[in-house]
Design a binder for this molecule. Structure first.
Ligand SMILES: C[S@@+](CC[C@H](N)C(=O)[O-])C[C@H]1O[C@@H](n2cnc3c(N)ncnc32)[C@H](O)[C@@H]1O
Length: 278
């Protein structure tokens, strides 16, 4: 599936996620991905959409359980990495394609039993369109599960995004922060506008744990060298002579959050888990 937006040379959303190599970070998130999929418990034969799927941290374990999984992501490199993982594991009912969560133009209404988006659709522009699209492609009686980083949360990813944003030029007018998806009233309003009554939406805090060999500063270098939002912040900080300041703030954060040690970094991060009964 491909869209005009996916081909536009000025699609900043696509460029951000094709920058670097998110698979390097995804590799530190696999255990939590497996645990979350066990919690969601997709059944064999279920039709599952994983939106903003990256290289399949949740799509792969869902397919291992026998679900028929379509992973959709804006980033061509991550789609390719996901398809390579599916091939390596011989998961024939798992396919990754390019697409934009704001406009799932080639997906028919009510196609999926389960729509999952873990730290994925939250990064798409036009969040009301994203909610409407998730609702549209999920069949009545189906389920939508989102994982969203939370604005103002003190744990790792919300803080990385906050610190990074402080070193970047101001966003374009009308930009809506991805972490607004971590606010319960905003989630209710967006799904409400898509026709979902509040009693069908459950929001709860949950935790994802990053595990990376070596000390916290090595894990920080994965963000610095491979994670689009942090890479952009380092580029901007470099231009403004503030690289050291950014590095220091992030180092302090990673050290403070590390519950592992010098040989193994273990950092839990809080997110909002949203379940919508369609
Ligand atoms: C933080 S990563 C999470 C990836 C994956 N869900 C995981 O848990 O590892 C964010 C993902 O959302 C994707 N993404 C961002 N904007 C998107 C959009 N408009 N439509 C589809 N995917 C998008 C990115 O390319 C990236 O793969």
């Amino acid at each position: 599936m491909q869209h005009d937006t996916a081909h536009s040379p000025i699609n900043a959303n696509k460029a951000l996620w094709e920058k670097g190599d998110f698979t390097r970070l995804a590799a530190t998130m696999r255990e939590s991905g497996d645990e979350l999929v066990a919690w969601i418990a997709p059944q064999p034969g279920m039709e599952v959409l994983d939106l903003g799927c990256g290289d399949g941290t949740t799509a792969v374990p869902a397919a291992r359980r026998g679900a028929h999984v379509l992973g959709v992501d804006i980033a061509a490199n991550l789609v390719a990495a996901g398809n390579a993982r599916a091939r390596e594991e011989g998961l024939t009912e798992l396919q990754f394609v390019e697409g934009d969560a704001s406009a799932l133009t080639s997906i028919e209404d009510a196609r999926f039993d389960l729509v999952v988006s873990i730290f994925g659709a939250m990064f798409a522009p036009r969040p009301n369109d994203v909610a409407a699209e998730m609702v549209r492609v999920c069949r009545p009686g189906g389920r939508i599960v989102m994982g969203n980083w939370i604005a103002g949360d003190p744990t790792l990813v919300a803080q990385v995004l906050k610190i990074s944003a402080a070193f970047l030029p101001p966003p374009p007018e009308g930009f809506i922060s991805p972490v607004s998806w971590g606010q319960e009233d905003t989630v209710l309003a967006r799904f409400g506008a898509a026709g979902i009554a509040p009693e069908r939406i459950r929001c709860e805090r949950a935790s994802y744990t990053f595990r990376s060999p070596g000390p916290a500063r090595d894990f920080l270098s994965v963000f610095r060298d491979y994670y689009g939002p942090t890479m952009n912040a380092f580029e901007a900080a470099e231009k403004n002579g503030k690289r050291r300041e950014l590095e220091d703030q992030l180092e302090d954060l990673f050290e403070a959050q590390n519950q592992g040690g010098a040989d193994m970094t273990v950092i839990p991060a809080t997110y909002l888990r949203v379940t919508v009964e369609r």
